[in-house]
Design a protein around this ligand. Structure first.
Ligand code: ZN
Length: 146
């Protein structure tokens, strides 16, 4: 069954489209103290996350690669959320988001902002991997540094 128009409208909310059309922090962080690349073969999304670390904090974080609108918008939103955090804080934030995307905890809480737009993706289980690819990639990259 095709998703209804209303569901699609919810999925491709304005915020998601805005991040897709004008991605924030796209490119490579220099120096790339942290770099990790991963893909979602189900959709063809491929994302590399790079970050510059200063005093244990993420001074700069960028993503590069290609993917669908959900994947790129989520990557763009993620970079804005993780910049300025310590690696431990970033891991915590990522894990919290992953729990929301698995439906383990409700969507919401502090510091949501643009991230709230991704809640609509939960209605499309096949797209959840698109929304979480960059986060999973950043998580792997950070874990490798700890
Ligand atoms: Zn995708």
């Amino acid at each position: 069954m095709l998703p209804s128009r209303r569901m699609l409208e919810e999925l491709y909310q304005e915020i998601i489209l805005d991040h897709y059309r004008r991605p924030r922090n796209r490119g490579k962080a220099v120096p790339a103290d942290l770099a990790y690349k991963d893909s979602n073969p189900l959709c063809g999304d491929e994302i590399e996350v790079t970050a510059t670390l200063v005093d244990g904090k993420i001074k700069d974080i960028k993503f590069d690669g290609h993917g669908c609108s959900i994947c790129l918008a989520s990557s763009s939103i993620m970079t804005g959320k993780l910049v300025g955090k310590t690696l431990a804080e970033a891991l915590n934030y990522i894990e919290n988001f992953q729990k929301m995307m698995r439906g383990d905890i409700p969507f919401g809480g502090k510091e949501m902002g643009d991230l709230k737009a991704l809640e609509g993706v939960l209605k499309f289980p096949v797209r959840v991997k698109c929304a979480t690819l960059a986060w999973h990639t950043a998580h792997r990259g950070i874990t490798a540094k700890l």
